[in-house]
Write a protein that binds this ligand. Structure first.
Ligand code: SF4
Ligand code: SF4
Length: 310
């Protein structure tokens, strides 16, 4: 997002949907992970559907709603309506996520996901745990969504973090213009790089875009000498086949990479789709069993990789 004339770089504003303190799975040590809104991918399994849109959005918790209809009166845009049988309907096409209904609701049945914050505000939050970072070898991780989707905001977050002496991780899908990625790497210590599938067509089927740019950017990061850990969301029946595992290992070895973290599928994000009025396309897909994950880990290790399970 742009900054007002005459303002400082730390006044640049971006949209953040979560700041997780004491994170231990997003890079070394104890970290704070900052989740930026906006993503160009459409992964079927996405556990954070609120990360897809770059703008703030309204969550509606139907289980907390007592149908008092105060939200209907409060909405200046007539985006909250009552159906003939008394059910609350939200017209997402005209909802501006203004938050008036959130203020009016006595039952916390509404919430806005996505807060506009300045770089300085984010850093203030992140720096609260500096002592923990120093003692554990941790730092700050920028994730999403796809954090490079807000390039100026992210670049200033990374720069300000480094200027504050923090270790920085960038958690990216790699679907970003190479010149933008290179800019981010100036102030990135470690890249956590998501690879969803090695086959371009399958990648397109499952994530909405093919993987060519993503694989090219992985090569670019390595060529620039940046430390990188590959992360794979492990989705039953989608990217867990021996062929894909073999192709992944081959690609990593061709780049001289040896660390991969598996992120097993879970369906905890499914309820969020309902709360955002979105469709969850994986239905009742069952997570892998412990034994299945152990087998996939062993298969990757047999290719000489160091495998973590997140
Ligand atoms: S967030 Fe604003 S526009 Fe959307 S339903 Fe609530 S009051 Fe209406
Ligand atoms: S104000 Fe809250 S509890 Fe009342 S109808 Fe709206 S969402 Fe439901």
């Amino acid at each position: 997002m742009s900054k007002p004339e005459g303002s400082r770089n730390t006044d640049i504003v971006g949209c953040v949907f979560n700041i997780e303190r004491f994170a231990i799975r997003d890079g070394p040590g104890i970290r704070t992970t900052v989740f930026l809104k906006g993503c160009p991918l459409r992964c079927l399994w996405c556990a954070n559907p609120e990360s897809i849109s770059a703008a703030p959005q309204l969550f509606y918790f139907e289980n907390l709603c007592t149908r008092c209809y105060r939200c209907v009166e409060a909405c200046p845009n007539k985006a909250t309506l009552i159906s003939p049988d008394g059910v609350i309907i939200i017209d997402r096409a005209i909802c501006k996520a203004c938050g008036k209904c959130v203020e009016a609701c006595p039952n916390k049945a509404r919430e806005i996901s996505g807060k506009l914050m300045t770089v300085a505000e984010v850093l203030e939050e992140v720096k609260k745990d500096t002592l923990f970072y120093q003692n554990s070898g941790g730092g700050v991780t920028f994730s999403g969504g796809e954090p490079t989707h807000q390039p100026d905001f992210l670049w200033h977050l990374l720069k300000s973090s480094k200027e504050s002496g923090l270790h920085t991780c960038l958690d990216t899908s790699g679907l970003v213009k190479p010149e933008v990625l290179k800019r981010m790497l100036e102030y990135t210590d470690l890249v956590l790089y998501d690879i969803k599938h090695m086959d371009a067509e399958k990648h397109k089927e499952y994530a909405g875009v093919d993987n060519r740019l993503i694989l090219d950017n992985a090569r670019l990061i390595v060529s620039l000498g940046k430390e990188m850990i590959i992360r794979v969301p492990l989705i039953p029946g989608h990217n867990d086949t021996p062929d894909n595992i073999k192709a992944l290992a081959g690609f990593m070895k061709s780049l001289g990479l040896n660390k991969v973290d598996l992120l097993p599928y879970h369906s905890l994000g499914k309820i969020k789709y309902q709360r955002l009025g979105m469709e969850y396309k994986l239905g009742d897909l069952k997570p892998h069993t412990k034994e299945e994950i152990a087998q996939i880990k062993a298969d990757l290790e047999a290719y000489g990789l160091k495998v973590g399970v997140g």
